[in-house]
Ligand binder design. Structure first.
Ligand code: DOR
Length: 422
């Protein structure tokens, strides 16, 4: 059904009405009989795109499903999410990717674009069916063993060579297993020493980032650094970009806001991989997002059931939810960011990196109407129980975040109206 969105200011600048036709495309003039969506005083952004979402289906439907994760995404202002491959079974075949795509279409709230595994079963040894996934209807372009690092340099080299043929990208979980150790559960530093917890040093991430940018240069292929978390990784990415190497990087909302001292209470809500880092790293990540060294904010939304998360710190699962709070966190921490900056790091850059249609992020006539309408002056106090996700491992519980997603429009369809699922 046609839609008229009244009174929104596009990227916080010109205030205008936006018109959507029956096909869900933005058009220049109102369509007779259109439904009206009041956006007076709201900022219109292109629909947000998340490069890094764990939807848990198939396999762990107790923690999240494609439907519940899509709902959380829509509430967070997203119109597209990249669904990570570490499901059970793993998304390492065209058939598995198509299944995720279909589940996303059935949910019908956001584009659910499957990420393919780099290696079979995420085992790090043999390449998965990269070409078949790319050529399937799922059109997979992003490949990742996320949760695990593609640590064997020979395998990583082959993967980069392979995806180059179809303009794909390898999104790497950068973590050298020989430096990180199997029991590491938080950042290695003063806090881990005091608590007696085994830690990951920042260097375990940095050596892989450094190796991978050199492999990208050698192969002429594209590498994406998932969830960058240290100042040293930022330095490497900055250097590589200056050399013209095809590297992109994402940072999570939690690495932009939270620091390793939160681990002091042994609360497993703050256990995540890569771990929360010291304030110096957080400052470097913010600066790198501001200067374009880091291209995108990606949630790494990692829902976990209570019985996996509520354990002693060393035994609990890694990960935090984040789809519903990402925009609020970015607005809260990135002082000086314009709405155009937010659109760049949360919509257009991620769409470009993922090889999605970037037209839908243009907010101009002829483009699919994917829109996020935000109240810029509202604040929200996060309550982990107010969520569409099946999981409650929310590290922002009790915090006040700036701005609020009021409406989300996905291909002309209102998915969220007045802050609630439509
Ligand atoms: O904390 C994390 N959780 N980091 C990852 O890389 C994987 C994720 C998960 O799947 O739970």
């Amino acid at each position: 059904m046609a839609l008229t969105i009244t009174g929104a200011s596009v990227l916080g600048e010109t205030t205008t009405d936006l018109y959507v036709d029956d096909a869900g495309l933005l058009v220049d003039a109102p369509v007779a009989g259109a439904e009206v969506l009041d956006a007076d005083g709201l900022v219109a952004l292109p629909g947000l795109v998340d490069l890094h979402t764990h939807l848990r289906e198939p396999g762990r439907e107790d923690a999240e499903t494609v439907l519940t994760g899509s709902r959380a995404a829509a509430l967070g202002g997203y119109t597209a999410v990249l669904a990570m491959a570490n499901t059970s079974p793993v998304t390492d075949t065209a058939e598995a990717a198509l299944r995720v795509l279909e589940l996303g279409r059935e949910a019908g709230l956001v584009d659910v674009q499957p990420v393919g595994a780099v290696t079979r079963g995420l085992a790090g040894e043999e390449l998965a069916e990269l070409g078949l996934m790319a050529r399937s209807r799922a059109r997979v372009r992003v490949f990742s063993d996320d949760g695990k690092c593609v640590h064997d340099a020979r395998v990583m080299r082959r993967a980069l060579e392979y995806v180059k043929a179809f303009g794909g990208v390898v999104s790497q979980h950068s973590q050298d297993p020989s430096l990180a150790g199997p029991t590491a559960c938080c950042h290695e530093g003063e806090v881990s020493g005091r608590l007696g917890l085994p830690g990951w040093p920042g260097i375990a991430e940095e050596v892989i980032v450094a190796r991978d940018v050199m492999l990208a240069r050698h192969t002429g292929s594209r590498v994406h650094v998932a969830h960058v978390s240290t100042a040293g990784s930022v330095e490497v990415v900055r250097w590589a970009k200056a050399q013209g190497i095809a590297v992109t990087a994402e940072v999570t909302p939690h690495h932009l806001l939270l620091t390793t001292d939160l681990v002091s209470g042994y609360d497993p809500t703050f256990k995540v991989n890569p771990p929360l880092r010291p304030a110096e790293d957080v400052a470097a990540l913010r600066a790198a997002l501001a200067d374009g060294t880091i291209d995108a904010v990606a949630t790494d939304h990692a829902p976990h059931a209570r019985h996996d998360k509520e354990h002693a710190f060393v035994d609990a699962a890694f990960g935090m939810v984040g789809l519903e709070q990402a925009l609020g966190v970015v607005r809260t921490v990135m002082e000086g960011f314009s709405w155009a900056d937010i659109a760049r790091v949360m919509s257009t850059n991620p769409a470009r990196i993922a090889g999605l249609d970037t037209q839908g992020r243009a907010l101009s006539a002829g483009a699919p109407a994917h829109l996020t309408l935000v109240d810029p002056s509202a604040t929200v106090t996060v309550d982990r129980d107010v969520t569409a996700s099946l999981s409650r491992n929310n590290p922002y519980h009790g915090r006040e975040l700036s701005s609020r997603v009021v409406h989300t429009v996905y291909g002309g369809k209102v998915t969220v109206r007045d802050g609630a699922l439509a």
